[in-house]
Design a protein around this ligand. Sequence first.
Ligand code: AMP
Length: 479
Amino acid sequence: MTTETTSASPAFVELGLAEPILRAIADAGYTTPTPIQAQAIPQVLAGGDLLAAAQTGTGKTAGFTLPILHHLTSRAAQAPKPGRPRCLILVPTRELAAQVEESVKTYGKYLSLTSMVMFGGVNINPQFKALKSRVDILVATPGRLLDHLGQKTVDLSGVEILVLDEADRMLDMGFIRDIKKVLAVLPRQRQNLLFSATFSDEIRTLANGLLHNPKSVEVARRNTTVEVVEQSMHRVPQAHKRDLLAHLIKHHDWQQVLVFTRTKHGANKLAEKLIKDGITAAAIHGNKSQSARTKALASFKDGSVRVLVATDIAARGIDIDQLPQVVNFELPNVPEDYVHRIGRTGRAGATGSALSLVDDEELSYLRDIEKLIKRSIVRVEIEPGFVPPAKADLMSDERPPQGRGGQRQGQNAGQRQGQNSRPPQSGNRNAPGRAPQGAKPGAAKPAAQPGRAAQSPNAPRKPRPQAALFSAKPGSRGH
Ligand code: AMP
């Protein structure tokens, strides 16, 4: 190690990372390790297996990438060969794969290690070509990795460190069999790191089979929402949602909003509607080509597009620093998805706001979410300035969720087509019968809905006094 660590933060220096890594961290402007980094980095440096409960936005990527870079740079490669990675990072989606590899490059920029990203839905030939060179760190989605294994274009016999990132999502997406096939060709002697935001029985089973005497680290209480995110909701008929959202964006002058819709079609329709209303918007989902998704994300990041409309799976792994506003255009039917969604905002200690638009039909989902996060989401009255159009969006082909299976199926379908062509796993947590669709009143009493026009969505809304604007009902917060 040299003495060029003057610009490196003492807190990172203390962790014992190699100097070139410290320099890259200083360049990135990090001064203090996040809690997951403070806990995970020493454990990974010690060499054992790790089970980490960390939500997205906690800095978990650096939590595993930094010590991995340290290990790989301090140990000589055994039998180095082209296309024979020393570290394999498995992730559920293309976007996450691209971002993790970007982080590897960022933190490893002063090292001579090489990395590669590998995912489906894109031409495989450039990947063949890249695998003809040295690849120290391979970041891959499971389906495309199996394609390469089948064609013997990648050799996993030299993997020293395996990372399963967002393991819960990989299982949700039906990748368990693919993961097992990959595990079968890895050398037995290796370090395993498993990261997951939530811990289902399936994750525990996977962890038990994979990890040897793992150390566990946990930074956020399990299944709880990021504390710094301000969460609120409007009760609004589905048919009014598009107009309301356009109104809110203009009224609050939101410049960067990530909006979640239930379906790919709904995402397209909503983006079209916003554009029609003069708001720059783009949609990303599994039916979009990789280049269209990358372009939309880049435009959103650089501010040329104000609104990014995304389905859950497409949005998975998107990393946008300090995203101020997330909108749930529909509530997810899998409560854990709500946690993932709002994790898009309030990242790395920044504050953020998550607003949900909730139709009567979604109240049972709301109840499940509030049960999971152990708090009520603040009901906020729709501001008086919003008057639904006389001809409301009744022709909307978007309906509120129709049961858990329906939503997940739709998402998986997009993912299948767009990514790895793997069938969704049945019997996961969106199994039928978990919660019927229903319009029963939610656990928490909703705020009065002036002009909500539940019976008649076309009825004009009566203006309300200004004081009602974004005022939370007293006592509606459950903690
Ligand atoms: P992740 O949870 O890995 O997706 O990281 C979330 C965001 O936090 C990324 O934009 C990182 O660049 C940022 N980040 C990671 N570690 C730190 C740190 N120690 N200080 C400040 N920002 C960080």
